[in-house]
Design a protein around this ligand. Structure first.
Ligand code: ATP
Ligand code: MG
Length: 316
């Protein structure tokens, strides 16, 4: 496997000045601390963690807009902060919360300008623009000024802009943030296709566990700036085992059910959620003996539960 991203002992501190003028104190925030991971060519990796964990800071070091305080990072064989311009030709970057498109220009003009930015030969640019216009379905709004686009349309435009120079690596910071279900699904489908058909390596941060389940065979999790997990989804489930849940629909509302081997974690009218630690059959039998039950469902933990438990673990 050829590595396209290599981070080793990577760290970033921010120094904050706090308090009133003349009595300012300086405080150091360790945003990223001793993070190491490698991404191979053609991989699709999710970079996860709770708010403030250090995901965006890591992304910014990878693309060269922040200089690491410690450690080593190489992307596409280059040192990002020192070789930012050369690196720009090798990567596509999309920050979901910000656009790189010109706000007042029609989308088409923004996309035309990227050709000069990256010095793409005209014929290659035209061919890729046609391809991206088709798969991202940009046709209907190519002539619309960017500021008039919906968030989903804008995101598709941003993806096209990031990919017109055919970079082997795409770095995405929350690419589906704020999008509706249909737009999310379109973006996910596009990324899967890009990875499968062009072999583009994709590294993305997201809070959307649908993105993770659909897109990421491998996840790297950071918490408080430190690496908490690196592996596949099955491995992630095994690290932070989550209990199964028994959803009980009673004939009428009742106080929280008390049953051995279960803990009632939520009550909503006649419906109650019991987290199981013991044998499900025994719990079900006990609940059925003590209550009039309409319906029972046993729910396996989903990736959302697993990640929530992982984030909830105390900092190392
Ligand atoms: N420019 C900055 N100056 C000072 N502190 C910063 C700066 N950028 C980030 N931080 C701090 O570094 C820590 C990590 O922030 P970062 O933006 O990397 O988190 P994140 O994992 O991307 O979070 P989110 O999920 O909310 O986007 C936070 O404590 C944040 O307040
Ligand atoms: Mg962030």
């Amino acid at each position: 496997m050829t590595a396209i991203i290599e981070a080793d002992g990577l760290g970033k501190d921010f120094v904050l000045s706090e308090g009133p003028l003349f009595r300012r104190t300086r405080r150091t925030v360790r945003a990223v601390d001793d993070v190491g991971f490698t991404v191979g060519e053609g991989e699709m990796v999710g970079y996860l963690g709770p708010n403030g964990a250090g995901k965006s800071t890591t992304m910014k070091m990878l693309i060269g807009i922040l200089t690491p305080s410690r450690g080593r990072v190489r992307v596409a064989g280059l040192e990002p902060s020192r070789q930012r311009t050369r690196l720009a030709a090798r990567i596509g970057v999309v920050f979901g919360q910000r656009t790189t498109l010109w706000w007042d220009l029609p989308l088409r003009d923004s996309l035309a300008l990227t050709r000069h930015l990256y010095r793409v030969p005209a014929a290659d640019h035209a061919r890729r623009l046609a391809e991206l216009t088709e798969v991202l379905e940009l046709g209907p709004f190519l002539r619309t000024p960017v500021r008039q686009l919906s968030l989903g349309q804008r995101m598709r435009g941003d993806l096209a802009a990031a990919l017109l120079h055919a970079p082997p690596l795409l770095v995405l910071d929350e690419p589906t943030i704020g999008l509706d279900v249909v737009s999310k699904s379109a973006i996910r489908g596009f990324l899967l296709r890009l990875n499968a058909e062009h072999g583009t390596t994709i590294l993305l941060t997201t809070h959307d566990l649908g993105d993770v389940e659909r897109l990421c065979r491998r996840v790297v999790v950071i918490d408080h700036g430190r690496l908490a997990f690196d592996g596949d989804l099955a491995g992630l489930r095994a690290t932070a085992p989550s209990p199964r849940t028994l959803v009980v629909d009673l004939a009428e509302p009742a106080p929280a059910i008390a049953a051995a081997g279960a803990r009632t974690v939520r009550v909503e009218g006649p419906r109650q959620w019991l987290e199981l630690s013991g044998n499900p059959a025994a719990v079900i039998a006990e609940v059925a003996r003590s209550h009039r039950v309409r319906d029972l469902t046993l729910r396996e933990p989903d990736i959302e539960d697993v990640v929530a438990r992982l984030y909830a673990r105390p900092a190392p």
